[in-house]
Design a protein around this ligand. Structure first.
Ligand code: GLN
Length: 274
């Protein structure tokens, strides 16, 4: 038993370290180089690497068995989410433009820097379409910065910071302390298979949740014991931590299941109305 746990954490650790380093690079890169550079870099990367292919695959007709799940790819740890979604049988696509948003059945908002992602979303004309998509019931899963972007109310944020909103929560940015770059802790999410080992990177927490919000997970132990770090409201899911970095697919699986159910429900209601 002990040996098993030891081996598991040893084999998992390099992947987590790489993921944390990758995300930390994104965060510092953005702060150092500013928005204009990022936008140019992201668009150049988009065109050079995968732009045409991704747009084409996003337009292929979809089914509940293999839903098209977008990852907002303006900044942050996009790659890791694409991999997690593919592993669960979804068809993952990066989303950088409003027309790509219309082709997805669900969307992940990755971790990164929420003010940067918000500004890039406004600049690329995605902010209003994102708000409309959430209002229309598109399933959306936000991790860390993504949780901040889904929140209706923010604490410790610049007054001009814009969010997509839709989730009736008050989220405190950098809640675990500005000095705390990253740490790991167990979170009780009530999933089969026991508590989840969570990676937090300059993470927010949910300070207050409205009546319609289901609290999925809280920190277990340590100075942040009991803090809310995973929530769901209808088709919206948000976590303070980064399951895409640990190889534990249970939160992504929950989200892909929500996407599949929403697709099946839409197909059923459109059949009824014809
Ligand atoms: N602290 C970042 C923010 O406020 C979020 C960090 C993360 O996504 N890992 O946007």
């Amino acid at each position: 038993m002990e040996l098993d746990a030891c081996c598991r954490s040893r084999t998992r650790a390099p992947g987590i370290a790489r993921g944390v380093a990758h995300l930390a690079h994104h965060l510092s890169h953005d702060l150092a180089h500013g928005l204009a550079h990022d936008l140019a870099h992201d668009l150049a990367h988009d065109l050079a690497h995968d732009g045409a292919g991704d747009v084409a695959s996003a337009l292929v007709p979809t089914s509940a068995a293999r839903p098209v799940v977008g990852v907002l790819a303006l900044q942050g740890d996009v790659r890791e989410h694409l991999a997690a979604l593919a592993a669960l049988g979804a068809d993952p696509v990066p989303v950088r433009r409003p027309e790509e948003l219309t082709a997805v059945d669900g969307l992940v908002l990755p971790g990164g820097e929420s003010t940067t992602i918000g500004k890039l979303a406004a600049r690329t004309g995605l902010l209003e379409p994102l708000r409309a998509a959430v209002r229309d019931g598109l399933p959306v899963y936000g991790t860390c910065a993504g949780m901040i972007l889904l929140a209706d109310r923010l604490l410790d944020a610049p007054p001009e910071q814009e969010t997509i909103g839709g989730l009736d929560v008050t989220v405190r940015r950098n809640a675990f302390g500005r000095q705390v770059d990253s740490f790991e802790s167990d979170v009780d999410v009530g999933f089969d298979g026991g508590s989840l080992h969570a990676v937090f990177i300059r993470a927010p927490w949910v300070e207050e949740a409205g009546a319609a919000v289901q609290v999925l997970g809280r920190v277990v132990g340590g100075p942040a014991d009991g803090r809310i770090v995973a929530v769901r409201q209808g088709n919206l899911v948000a976590t303070s931590f980064h399951p895409e970095l640990t190889g534990d697919r249970r939160v992504h699986a929950l989200f892909v299941d929500i996407v599949r159910r929403a697709l099946a429900e839409r197909a059923r209601t459109s059949e009824e109305s014809t």
